[in-house]
Design a protein around this ligand. Structure first.
Ligand code: URA
Length: 204
């Protein structure tokens, strides 16, 4: 069943979703990225996992969470007993935002306006997936789902209500674990993230 939201695009189907993302002009990000990255996984699914935006590897592959953050997610999911293939995995923002630096493309955090513009697509995915629980990984996913930009570190491990009424478990972003310079802090953050993934796995 679809959510009764008439502002959602009516003519987009799961089969045409990627083509619509590729053609999206709701914000300027599509003009620089290689392609739009749609979520992947079963529809419906008991669990939806939401990240920030595609990274460099995802932009090239056209799939979510296949680069370093995805490898961290997969490693922690394996430890937590979370079967990624049974969850719908997507991002709050569907195009890679970056700043060119020579041959490299440096990740840039999407702005609130880009997050708001892209919520339209996330809402459509949510109407297809109808998750019982959504795992919001990082501040951007938390903002897109709950509308609140309050500090994520104070909210992680808690369940909040999404703007559309669903339950959202807030957790860290896997790239945050990769960036922590202090070994003890990184190990602690990884244990917290893995514990949140184990809670999410209980919904599958
Ligand atoms: N980071 C994200 O938030 N999503 C991806 O798909 C990859 C990296």
């Amino acid at each position: 069943a679809r959510l009764p939201d008439h502002s959602l695009p009516q003519d987009v189907t799961p089969a045409s979703f990627k083509a619509h993302l590729d053609a999206c002009t709701r914000c300027p990000l599509g003009g620089c990225a290689t392609q739009g990255v749609a979520g992947e996984g079963p529809r419906p699914a008991a669990l939806m996992v939401v990240g920030e935006q595609p990274g460099d590897a995802e932009d090239l592959a056209g799939r979510p969470f296949v680069g370093p953050a995805g490898q961290m997610f997969d490693a922690c999911a394996a430890e937590a007993g979370l079967d990624r293939g049974r969850a719908y995995v997507t991002n709050a923002v569907k195009h890679f935002k970056f700043a060119p630096r020579g041959k490299r493309r440096l990740h840039q955090r999407p702005g609130a306006g880009e997050v708001m513009a892209c919520k339209w697509w996330l809402g459509l995915e949510r109407s297809w997936v109808q998750p019982r629980l959504t795992l919001a990984m990082g501040a951007t996913a938390a903002l897109a789902l709950t509308g609140s930009g309050e500090r994520l570190l104070q909210r992680r491990g808690t369940v909040e209500r999404a703007e559309d009424g669903g339950a959202v478990l807030l957790t860290l972003h896997p790239s945050y674990l990769l960036r922590l310079p202090d070994e003890a802090a990184a190990a602690r953050a990884r244990a917290e993230f893995t514990a949140d993934l184990a809670r999410a796995a209980d919904f599958l």
